[in-house]
Write a protein that binds this ligand. Structure first.
Ligand SMILES: [Fe+2]
Length: 310
């Protein structure tokens, strides 16, 4: 992350740049989850049109969803290959990931994973991925590939973090200032068997990457997090919570097998779910240090609203 560059829409002192970007962003953003969908014949080998359609949606809303009918045998190869085709190469290997850096998310009753909420069938609150990672390992993009859905539940709500930024800045620019403080949010150290597995991680919620893109680090969890003891920070987090509860841009998606969310680490949550012998939810997650990029994507800008076809 770096200082906000001159002319950036994320510069609180440049209202004209913000207004211009905001107008184009809101004109181009999808109104429903169905606008995110791109049918692909073979996710292992996207056609140029399929790839362009995914990149277009990512440029407008930082996310897209491919819809495929993969062979049942294809496992982590699918999200890996989709990522490569979208310019994602550097996987974040978390300590619970399988050796190849792709993490299978399923409800489990035993083992180390069962202590972590992603590996249960419980609801997960709003967050961006890797909010506890140190700065060199910020997660800028991720893929959630659905191998199998649950019998019921397991939907994801999704909100483009740039739209959350707009809602907050429109409500009060002081919210943005508070959430860009370098010490606004601290995730306490995690210990494993008496050893410190990860130190405290203190940083801003919103930051601007060296390439000008907006990054967001957030969790709505209330345990194992320390917000800066500051009235403006409290007001900002409360405003953000209200936005996540009710913003009209929040999209809801229930993935079917073969579908995959590709995104620039947008805000998301997960509903609780119930498995059955036929429908045991399994999602493969890949996290990357790069953003999904493409020729249509201009940092801090969005293409004008156009009808796109896949
Ligand atoms: Fe997540």
């Amino acid at each position: 992350m770096s200082a906000v560059p001159a002319g950036s829409p994320f510069d609180l002192d440049d209202d004209a740049a913000y207004r211009d970007w905001r107008r184009r962003k809101l004109a181009a953003c999808p109104r429903s989850a169905s606008e995110l969908l791109v049918e692909v014949a073979d996710p292992l080998q996207l056609t140029a049109a399929e790839r362009d359609a995914l990149l277009d949606r990512c440029a407008r809303s930082n996310m897209a969803v491919y819809v495929s009918r993969p062979p049942l045998a294809a496992g982590s190869e699918i999200p890996r290959r989709v990522g490569e085709q979208l310019g994602l190469h550097t996987l974040d290997v978390n300590y619970l990931a399988d050796d190849d850096g792709i993490t299978p998310l399923a409800a489990t009753d035993s083992g180390t994973r069962s202590a972590y909420i992603p590996y249960t069938n419980r609801a997960i609150r709003w967050h961006t991925d890797g909010y506890y990672n140190p700065p060199p390992r910020q997660i800028r993009a991720m893929i959630l590939h659905c191998v199998q859905r649950a019998e019921s539940g397991g939907e994801n709500r999704l909100l483009d973090h740039e739209l959350a930024y707009i809602a907050l800045r429109d409500a009060d620019p002081a919210h943005i200032r508070a959430l860009m403080l370098p010490d606004t949010m601290t995730i306490p150290a995690r210990s494993e068997e008496g050893e410190v597995a990860r130190g405290d991680q203190t940083g801003p919620v919103f930051s601007v990457d060296a390439d000008g893109s907006l990054h967001m680090r957030y969790t709505a969890r209330t345990r194992s997090i320390a917000w800066k003891d500051d009235a403006a920070v409290r007001a900002a987090t409360e405003a953000l919570q209200r936005i996540l509860d009710a913003d009209p841009h929040v999209l809801c998606l229930r993935q079917e097998p073969g579908m995959g969310i590709v995104c620039n680490n947008v805000l998301h949550d997960r509903a609780a779910f119930t498995d059955s012998p036929q429908h045991r939810r399994l999602v493969l997650r890949a996290r990357y240090y790069e953003r999904i990029d493409g020729p249509a994507l201009v940092r801090g800008q969005v293409p004008s609203a156009t009808v796109v076809s896949a």
